[in-house]
Design a protein around this ligand. Structure first.
Ligand code: 4NP
Length: 581
């Protein structure tokens, strides 16, 4: 197997399309896919299964469609990766895209559409605010929120959302904007609790809350000011006892559907009844006319779209996705494990073994981004590429990861690069002790790139090499380069403890790094800016360390095209072939 073969395998995996469904309107399922080279919006006619591509070149956010309108609403980055967005609309049956309103592009990060109006939250250089676009294209700032909070739904009466409205990094409240009174109010069932992503049904909000200990779904009636726990006719949901909710919503007849997750796998429930799909992860769902549409994947099987007949309880694949057999054969088993970290805390992780690596063999500790995210049993281009190319992958869900309840998620607040870094280091230890890993590299993107450089700087003797994409280098410098949203993000993550910035920045330990590094960075990244990375690179050069650096031109933090994903991963696999194998 030569390098050219590796590149062909990488190409096949990067080209494997991803799917996400949003909803149904005008007899069409609206979904998103990378099947034609960029993350674009498509619709599929549910009668004929004919697909129509709606956008070209990749989009950023997509609003859940409304059955009252054939329009699909979405945002695009209009600044080559700097994540300054505008809002667009297109008819789901095809046609020309049009810009919905004229405003200076902003970072838009939460959007809803009720068939007439579009509400969204956005950050500019200076402020975070709630905005509304009306059918005539008029654009209005409704409220200056100035804390991290995002819209999750709207109807004729209200816009609702959630975020750190009390400016407490350990809590999250709901907000309600009333069209009738123009008032913006904050609601929490209990001070200090975590409440997220309200979804409206008339004047009731369905949301996730931790007030009963673990994450549960609650309903709050805005007009009657009444809170209750969501109850279901069937018991499957309660028996499953999820740790987190991937998504949820109301059906037309006011029943509740939800995707619950546990230990990196998820299941769909409709009014408490489990709608059975293969083991793995259901990541998005749309309901329409006694049919449920869902995207499903696992670490070893790419995304497919299922249709479930809710009366007959039969399912079929309406969009299939198969890997070439010569690649499928390279995948070994993927499984969930827990290991103990330095302080005895149990850290959940996924292991994905390669069939073409020996055991113990070359292994990569893959560190996810976020940090409020997880590696679950779902398709990951990065993990699949590494496994297919002959590396075992161990992906820790270090403290601060989502999917395991709020107590676990909040454990990195006030301590980023502290306990979470130790968890990552202990993943390596575990993989060696269990006979999976011989040589071990560390790799990650964004917060994962940050962990990679911090780990190779603070524990230089335990890694064979490191691959760091879109990394955080220096918290102080990054803060100065951030917009209103990311300034607050950093303050929340550190719980205001700026005295930790230096100690927790990879630049502080650059002199300790003595293993080969592969640094990859988007040129126009506005979340983890390039400027501090260039400083880090010039220090490595001065120190005479082995490293390579790849600046990917004209792209930003979010990777939206297949070609850009290839540009990010290609240097990594060439590097790992030399320094890990
Ligand atoms: P992510 O990137 O891992 O893709 O979410 C990050 C961007 C910014 C920060 C952390 C992670 N930050 O703290 O500002």
């Amino acid at each position: 197997m030569g390098l050219v073969d590796d590149i062909r395998i990488l190409e096949a995996i990067v080209k494997t399309p991803t799917y996400r469904v949003y909803g149904v309107t005008s007899g069409r399922l609206i979904y998103r896919s990378t099947s034609e080279g960029a993350s674009d919006i498509w619709s599929i006619d549910l009668r004929t299964l004919e697909k129509t591509r709606l956008t070209i070149g990749g989009v950023h956010g997509v609003a859940v469609p409304s059955e009252k309108s054939p329009l699909v609403i979405y945002t695009r980055d209009v600044t080559r990766g700097r994540e300054q967005h505008q809002v667009f609309a297109i008819d789901c049956r095809g046609g020309e895209e049009r810009k919905l309103a004229d405003f200076t592009p902003m970072r838009i990060f939460g959007m809803a559409f009720d068939g007439k109006r579009v509400a969204f939250t956005a950050a500019s250089e200076k402020e975070i605010a709630l905005y509304l676009v009306k059918p005539d294209g008029s654009f209005e700032k409704l409220y200056s929120i100035n804390t991290i909070a995002s819209v999750s739904d709207l109807n004729e009466k209200y816009i609702v959302g959630s975020g750190m409205l009390r400016r407490n990094p350990l809590s999250s409240e709901l907000f309600i904007y009333s069209f009738e009174t123009g008032e913006f109010t904050v609601y929490t069932p209990r001070n200090g609790s975590i409440n997220k992503y309200p979804k409206l049904s008339d004047s009731r909000m369905l949301f996730e809350t931790n007030i009963w200990g673990r994450n549960r779904l609650a309903i709050y009636d805005i007009e009657e000011e009444k809170l209750s726990e969501a109850k279901f006719s069937e018991k499957d949901y309660d028996n499953y006892n999820p740790l987190a909710h991937v998504d949820y919503g109301w059906t037309k007849d006011s029943k509740i559907w939800t995707i619950g997750s546990r230990d990196g796998r998820s299941r769909v429930f409709l009014d408490g009844k489990w709608i059975s799909l293969p083991a793995g992860f259901v990541s998005s769902v749309a309901l329409h006319d006694e049919k449920l549409y869902a995207t499903h994947s696992s670490l070893m099987t790419p995304y497919r779209v299922f249709e479930v007949d809710l009366e007959k309880l039969e399912s079929r694949v309406i969009i299939d996705n198969r890997l070439p057999e010569n690649i499928e054969r390279r995948f070994g088993k993927a499984y969930f494990i827990k290991y103990k970290s330095f302080d005895g805390l149990e850290i959940p992780a996924y292991v994905a073994e390669s069939n073409i690596a020996s055991k113990p063999g070359p292994t990569i500790v893959y560190v996810h981004g976020g940090p409020w995210a997880e590696v679950a049993d779902y398709w990951s281009v990065m993990i699949a590429s590494l496994v297919a190319l002959g590396y075992h992958v161990v992906a820790p869900n270090f403290r601060g990861s989502t999917g395991y309840g709020e107590e676990f998620r909040l454990m990195d607040i006030g301590d980023p690069g502290g306990g979470d870094l130790e968890d990552v280091v202990h993943a390596r230890k575990w993989a060696v002790e269990l006979g999976i890993a011989s040589k071990v590299a560390i790799m990650g993107y964004s917060y994962g790139g940050y962990m990679t450089l911090l780990a190779t700087g603070r524990y230089p003797d335990i890694w064979q090499c490191g691959v760091a994409g879109a990394s955080v280098i220096d918290w102080e410098e990054m803060y100065g380069l951030s917009d209103a949203l990311f300034k607050q993000f950093i303050d929340v993550l550190f719980a205001g403890r700026r005295e930790l910035w230096k100690e927790r920045s990879p630049i502080t330990y650059v002199e300790n790094v003595n293993v080969p590094l592969c640094i990859i960075h988007p040129q126009n990244d506005s979340r983890t800016p390039l400027k501090p990375v260039l400083k880090y690179i010039s220090k490595l050069l001065k120190l005479g360390r082995t490293f390579e650096a790849h600046i990917v031109p004209d792209i930003g933090h979010a990777i939206v095209t297949v070609e850009d994903m290839f540009k990010i991963l290609l240097p990594a696999i060439i590097f790992l072939r030399k320094y890990l194998k």
